[in-house]
Design a binder for this molecule. Structure first.
Ligand SMILES: NC(=O)c1ccc[n+]([C@@H]2O[C@H](COP(=O)([O-])OP(=O)(O)OC[C@H]3O[C@@H](n4cnc5c(N)ncnc54)[C@H](OP(=O)(O)O)[C@@H]3O)[C@@H](O)[C@H]2O)c1
Length: 304
C-alpha cells in the first residue's frame, strides 16, 4: 500500500480509503472481517457519514471497534455531518457539536480524525461554521476539517472564514463520471465536456494542497457498477485488456485510473467484499501508461 499526506494535515492515509456507506446490511462479524482485511492490506483510512444506513453504518463499525479497541490507533477515521433528513442541510453549531458527540458514541471512539461537511448548503452561515470548528478542535473531539461536494467558490469561502484550507474535498469522480478532468481537456470548446460543473474544483484543490477523495469510483451514471455492465462494451473491453496485462482485475484497473492522476487522489472504495477490496488495494502499485489511461478516459468521447 502507498500512503499520502491528507491535505495540509499530518495524517498519512492509505491511497485507498474504505467507504462504509453500504455496510448497514452486513452483520458485525462480516464488517469485522472486512475491516480486518483492510488493516491487513494496509488500508488505514475509513470513511463514514451520520446518514449512512440512517446511522447504522457508524454503529456497526463501532461494534467492531468495541471488540477490537486496539484497531483504533491503526485507523484514520473520517465522518461527515450536515445532511439532515426532512430538513435538508443543517450546519448550525448545535447540530455539529451534538452530531460529533453522537458519532463518537456510535463509533466507540474518543476523537474523529477528519470531519467533513457533507454537502453545500445555500444558507450556510460561514462565521458560525468557523466558530463551531474552533469549539470542536479545542475540545479535542475533531482533529481536522474538510468538505464534500463543494466547488471552488465554496472552498474559497471556507478558507476566508476558517483561515485554513479544508484537508479534503470528497467529490464524485470515476472513469464514467470524469467531468472535472474533461473540463480541463476540452477548454473553450462547444462540446458538453467543456462545461465547468465544479468551478475548477480539481485544480483549486491541487493549487492549495487539498486532497480530492473520489467517490462512486466504479459506478456508472445510473448508480450501478460499470464493471461487466453490457451498456459499457468498449470500456469493459479496454479494462479487460489492461487487467490481463497487469495481471489484476478490472475493478483494480478502474481504481488505478484514479491513483495514476498526479494529484494524489485518494479513491474511496465502497465495496463490502473482502475479495473486491483485496483486488482494489493493488491499484496504487499500477502505474498505467499515458496511452492506457487515455484509452479509459476516452472510451466514449473524442479529444479535439
Ligand atoms: N460524499 C458523498 O456525497 C458521497 C456519496 C456517495 C458515496 N460516498 C462515499 O464513497 C464510498 C463509495 O461509494 P459507492 O459505494 O457509491 O462507490 P463504489 O465503490 O463505486 O461502489 C461500490 C459498489 O460497487 C460494487 N462493486 C464493486 N466492484 C464490483 C464488481 N467487480 N462487480 C460488481 N459489483 C462491484 C460493490 O459491491 P461489493 O460490495 O459486492 O463489492 C458495491 O455495491 C461510500 O462508501 C462513501 O463512503 C460519498
Amino acid at each position: 500500500m502507498k500512503y499520502v499526506k491528507l491535505g495540509n494535515s499530518d495524517l498519512l492515509v492509505s491511497k485507498v480509503c474504505l467507504g462504509c456507506m453500504r455496510i448497514a446490511s452486513k452483520t458485525v462479524e462480516e464488517v469485522e472481517e472486512l475491516v480486518k482485511k483492510a488493516l491487513d492490506l494496509g488500508v488505514n483510512f475509513f470513511d463514514h457519514a451520520d446518514i449512512y444506513g440512517d446511522t447504522t453504518c457508524e454503529s456497526i463499525f463501532g461494534e467492531v471497534l468495541k471488540k477490537h479497541p486496539d484497531w483504533r490507533e491503526k485507523m484514520i477515521i473520517q465522518t461527515k455531518i450536515g445532511i439532515v433528513k426532512g430538513v435538508m442541510y443543517d450546519f448550525s453549531k448545535e447540530r455539529f457539536v451534538n452530531g460529533v458527540d453522537d458519532a463518537l458514541k456510535r463509533l466507540n471512539i474518543s476523537y474523529i480524525d477528519v470531519l467533513l461537511i457533507h454537502r453545500p448548503d445555500a444558507l450556510t452561515d460561514w462565521k458560525e461554521v468557523s466558530d463551531t470548528f474552533k469549539i470542536l478542535k479545542e475540545s479535542g473531539k475533531v482533529r481536522y476539517f474538510g468538505v464534500s461536494n463543494m466547488n471552488r467558490g465554496q472552498m474559497e469561502l471556507f478558507y476566508k472564514f476558517c483561515g485554513f484550507h479544508p484537508v479534503a474535498n470528497q467529490l464524485r469522480l470515476s472513469i464514467t463520471h470524469s467531468t472535472m478532468i474533461d473540463q480541463g481537456l476540452f477548454v473553450n470548446r462547444m462540446d458538453n465536456e467543456s462545461i465547468g460543473r465544479s468551478d475548477g474544483a480539481l485544480e483549486y484543490c491541487y493549487l492549495n494542497g487539498i486532497t480530492v477523495e473520489p467517490w462512486s469510483v466504479v459506478m456508472g451514471p445510473e448508480r450501478v457498477t460499470f464493471i461487466d455492465d453490457p451498456k459499457f462494451p468498449v470500456l469493459n473491453e479496454r479494462l479487460d485488456k489492461l487487467a490481463k496485462k497487469y495481471k489484476v482485475t478490472k475493478n483494480c484497473i478502474a481504481i488505478a485510473f484514479l491513483t495514476r492522476h498526479p494529484q494524489d487522489l485518494v479513491p474511496i472504495v465502497g465495496t463490502t467484499s473482502p475479495i473486491h477490496l483485496t483486488e482494489m488495494a493493488d491499484a496504487p502499485d499500477i502505474i498505467l501508461e499515458k496511452t492506457e489511461w487515455y484509452s479509459l478516459l476516452l472510451h466514449n468521447k473524442v479529444l479535439p
